[in-house]
Each structure stands twice: as structure tokens, then as C-alpha cells.
Design a protein around this ligand. Structure first.
Ligand code: SAM
Length: 266
């Protein structure tokens, strides 16, 4: 704990976000200490002080990758029932040719694929066709490779309605692999949210269980400005259910009470 409390602020990360998941990080650091044939955390601390490049490695060890399909399902249900139909109407009124969604810190793709499934199975059969374009970005190349592969253990799908699972996935070597038609609207990129943003503007941004949990307050404010810059007028931004914004951007307001979804004035 003392080591993390010393190191995290130097990476612009915050200790409270890591309290519950610290074991995952410590395990990776312990493996690294063994690899470097160091004795203990004090040795690793000295190693960090002498090797600037090692901070990049440590930064990688601090990526928490927990996710699953339909995580916090009431948030997705609200998007399916009201959020997406509202955004579709907006696109149509503005003669916008498609609806753009960005999953920032997309993990292994669970969040973006959940939206692709909602779109294909719930929205498209009812609404006049507005094409969907999803962008998933994550700093971790392994996560992005997993997203591109689109195969998951059953535990990742446990919150997904069973008929959707049966319809949208094929069983391959003990895993569930998402069918190609649900992959088509999504493009993936390895991108560090602190350094780069995808091009364009987005009608819906999901930035859940990343910046507003793990990043320092100053970094959170900077990220919020970036999200605001990328969010279209009248767009929606979703954060994690246990997260809060460091401040409210001038044009933003809570979309619905009790939901971690913000609306930008149009
Ligand atoms: C806890 S997961 C959240 C996944 C998904 N958004 C969700 O809520 O289920 C956090 C993800 O953020 C990624 N991540 C960590 N630091 C990042 C950064 N600086 N830029 C972009 N992605 C990052 C991690 O690799 C991980 O996949």
C-alpha cells in the first residue's frame, strides 16, 4: 500500500481508485520484481528512480481490465429505451447520416459489443434505419486484440439475456465468439486517453470505470474537457455507476436522476 501511495500520484493516478483492486496490481509488480531479480519493493522503488523507462511498465501494471457484457444493465436499458431513440431522432432532425458512439477505455470490447447487440436486436427492428458507427479505444494492446478477436468465457456474458447470447455468439473451443454481423459497426484502436482522442464528434460517449475512478483529480478535469470537446451538442455521456464528475461542464446536466448519464445542451 505504501508503495502504491508513493507511486500512483507520479503516474497521475489516485490511490482510492485502486484500494479494492490493489492485489491485481501488486501481483504484476511482484512478478516484475522477480524478473528483475530484485529483493523487495524498496529495491523496485530504487530501480524506478534510476530507470525512467520503467515508469511506463508500472503504468501498464496499473491498468485494471475488469469488464463484462451488459455491465450495470439498468444503464444499458435506459439507453436502449430512451437514450438511443432520442439520439436517433436528433440525427434525423439534423440530417446527420449516422449515429457515432465512442467507448473510451473499451476493455476487451464488452461495452461496445453490448451496444452493437442492443442496436441490432432492440433498436434497428423498430426505428427507421440510421447507420451506427462505434469506436472502441483502449491503451492496452492486449485488450484491443481481445476486442478484435471477440471471443469470451461464459462469465463475461452472464448479465446478457440468454436468448441474445444464443443468437449472437457461436461456441468455439469453450468460448463464445460474437458473430460477424455484430462486429461490422465497430472499429478498434490502441489509444491512451491521456494522450490522444479519436477523430470526429460523438453522439454518445461511454467513459466508464476508468478516468473517474483511477485518474488524479487534475487529470480527471483535463479528460472531462476532452470528452466535452468530442461530445456533440445534445449528446449523452455515460460514466461508471460508482463514479462522479470532478466538475460539471457548463453545457452539461444530469440526463435522468439516478443514472450516471449526462446530457450536453444542443
Ligand atoms: C475497468 S476497465 C473498464 C472497461 C469498460 N469501460 C467497463 O466499464 O466495463 C478499464 C479499461 O481502461 C483501460 N485503460 C487504462 N488506462 C487507460 C488509458 N490511459 N487510456 C485508455 N484506456 C485505458 C484498461 O486497459 C481497461 O481495459
Amino acid at each position: 500500500m505504501a508503495f502504491l501511495q508513493w507511486a500512483l500520484p507520479r503516474l497521475e493516478l489516485r490511490w482510492p481508485g485502486f484500494r479494492k483492486v490493489r492485489r491485481q496490481v501488486i501481483k504484476r509488480i511482484t512478478r516484475r520484481i522477480e524478473e528483475l531479480q530484485l529483493v523487495d519493493l524498496d529495491g523496485y522503488r530504487r530501480y524506478l528512480e534510476a530507470h525512467e523507462q520503467e515508469w511506463l511498465r508500472l503504468d501498464g501494471f496499473c491498468r485494471i481490465t475488469i469488464s463484462r457484457f451488459y455491465r450495470d444493465r439498468w444503464v444499458f436499458d435506459a439507453l436502449a429505451q430512451e437514450g438511443l431513440p432520442e439520439l436517433i431522432r436528433l440525427c434525423q432532425n439534423r440530417n446527420k447520416r449516422r449515429l457515432d458512439i465512442w467507448s473510451a477505455g473499451c476493455g476487451a470490447g464488452e461495452e461496445a459489443y453490448t451496444l452493437a447487440l442492443i442496436w441490432a436486436l432492440q433498436i434497428a427492428p423498430q426505428a427507421p434505419a440510421v447507420p451506427l458507427a462505434l469506436t472502441g479505444t483502449d491503451a492496452d494492446p492486449v485488450q484491443v486484440a481481445r476486442a478484435r478477436r471477440g471471443c469470451y468465457p461464459s462469465s463475461s456474458l452472464r448479465e446478457l439475456p440468454a436468448p441474445w447470447r444464443d443468437l449472437a455468439f457461436t461456441a468455439e473451443q469453450g468460448q463464445y465468439c460474437i458473430k460477424s454481423e455484430y462486429r461490422r459497426p465497430i472499429s478498434w484502436a490502441v489509444q491512451d486517453l491521456r494522450k490522444a482522442l479519436p477523430d470526429g464528434s460523438f453522439d454518445l460517449i461511454l467513459c466508464r470505470n476508468l478516468a473517474f475512478t483511477y485518474f488524479s483529480s487534475d487529470l480527471q478535469r483535463a479528460i472531462l474537457r476532452h470528452l466535452d470537446a468530442r461530445l456533440s451538442p445534445s449528446g449523452l455521456c455515460v460514466i461508471g455507476v460508482h463514479e462522479s464528475l470532478p466538475e460539471m461542464p457548463a453545457a452539461w446536466s444530469l440526463w435522468r436522476p439516478g443514472l450516471p448519464i449526462y446530457h450536453k445542451a444542443g
